[in-house]
Design a protein around this ligand. Structure first.
Ligand SMILES: *Cc1c(COP(=O)(O)O)cnc(C)c1O
Length: 376
């Protein structure tokens, strides 16, 4: 039996960790070599092959990936970065923690990603923005081709927040390879997990070198005897974490097929109802890190009550993600009010994430749909 898929509570998500992954991690723990060895290097090679970039640099979290990617991309004090308004706060926090200032851009309703038209307006009005940080929300790839074209016209680089989007492909090109830098997370709610962990992808050897130095106290990876070229962090991934993730990466194709099948079943259950699923657009573009439905506008005010009622019925669900400009820090700092980001205002008030994990049965999915539809 899958833990969580019993009569008691349907969990929102379950990590796709198998006994073989645990055995690999335990073997590393027994080996006595816990960090900076061959497992991380192998994990990086497999990840680079998946994303199709020459370089992949493992780090200790998705937030660390964003932080280092921004610093390596030259983002710092005095810079401004265009950021998607609808995301986990880490996206904007990484900009602030690198010393730069976020400029939020509203999303569009097809992918919940940064709206290329709004980005064009923002870059035209600002003039000084040299970095664009779009988010592939819930594993659904943003309109990254259009975003990239707008950024290029304005001389800005793109750093992708692909934390949720491992394995996603837009127009035949893997997410994480469109931008100058791509950032991934291996948090347990993501599709591949190492407990905590992350990865940065890039095609540029100089960025690879800088990222490797920054994650390891500034030590130059190109120098045989230890030399330190700048103050760096300790953002390393451990060997046992890499061992835990390696098998999951190898099974990614099957995992994504299973997630898409689960999503298709939910789509069928909600077809013709007042609930509107977040679609994927083209095939391959959505890996369903989360399965999101939108409540009808009239039910938005009831969302908290609906989530509580589902919990009472043994179904774990949550809001999609966050309207970052309206969280306390950003609201106070920039004096944001509701109305400033109309699409984010609307969608962030109506989104619900439903249980989705390998092994979730058709019966359980039918129960989720039945209970939710009875509440709206
Ligand atoms: C999870 C997530 C992050 C942060 O990743 P961590 O590994 O938890 O630090 C950043 N951005 C997005 C969009 C995420 O979903």
């Amino acid at each position: 039996m899958v833990p969580g898929d019993g009569a008691v509570t349907l969990r929102l998500s379950l990590p796709p960790v198998e006994e073989s992954d645990i055995a690999e991690a335990v073997a590393v723990l027994r080996s006595g070599w816990l960090t900076q060895g061959g497992r991380v290097a192998a994990f990086e090679r497999d990840f680079a092959a998946l994303v199709g970039t020459p370089h992949a640099i493992a780090v200790s979290s998705g937030t660390a990936a964003l932080h280092l990617a921004l610093i390596a991309g030259g983002v710092g004090p005095g810079e401004r970065v265009a950021v998607s308004a609808y995301s986990w706060p880490a996206t904007a926090n990484a900009v602030v923690l690198s010393g730069a200032e976020p400029v939020f851009v509203d999303i569009e309703p097809r992918t919940f990603g940064m709206d290329p038209g709004r980005l064009e307006e923002t870059l035209t009005a600002a003039g000084d923005i040299r970095t664009v940080l779009p988010v592939h929300a819930f594993g659904c790839s943003a309109e990254i081709r259009e975003i990239g074209e707008v950024a290029e016209r304005h001389g800005a680089q793109v750093v992708e927040d692909a934390a949720c989007a491992i394995g996603a492909v837009r127009d035949g090109r893997p997410i994480g390879s469109w931008g100058r830098l791509g950032c991934f997370s291996f948090h347990p709610r993501k599709i591949v997990t190492t407990g905590e962990g992350g990865m940065v992808t890039t095609s540029e050897p100089e960025l690879d070198r800088r990222l490797r130095a920054l994650r390891n106290h500034g030590q130059d990876p190109a120098h045989s005897s230890p030399d330190f070229i700048e103050p760096g962090f300790n953002y390393r991934l451990t060997e046992f974490q890499a061992a835990l993730g390696a098998g999951q990466l190898g099974r990614l194709g099957a995992t994504l097929a299973a997630r898409r099948e689960l999503a298709r079943r939910y789509d069928d259950l909600f077809r013709g109802s007042s609930l509107e699923p977040l679609g994927g657009g083209t095939a391959g573009a959505h890996v369903y890190q989360s399965y999101i439905v939108l409540l009808p506008a009239a039910a938005a005010a009831e969302r908290a009550a609906i989530l509580a009622a589902l919990r009472e019925r043994g179904i774990e669900s949550t809001i999609g993600t966050y309207h970052i400009p309206l969280t306390t820090y950003y609201r106070r700092r920039f004096k944001f009010i509701e109305g400033g980001f109309p699409v984010t205002d609307d969608l962030s008030s109506r989104a619900i994430a439903l249980p989705l994990y390998s092994g979730l049965s058709p019966e359980s999915q039918a129960r989720v749909a039945h209970e939710l539809l009875a509440l709206v």
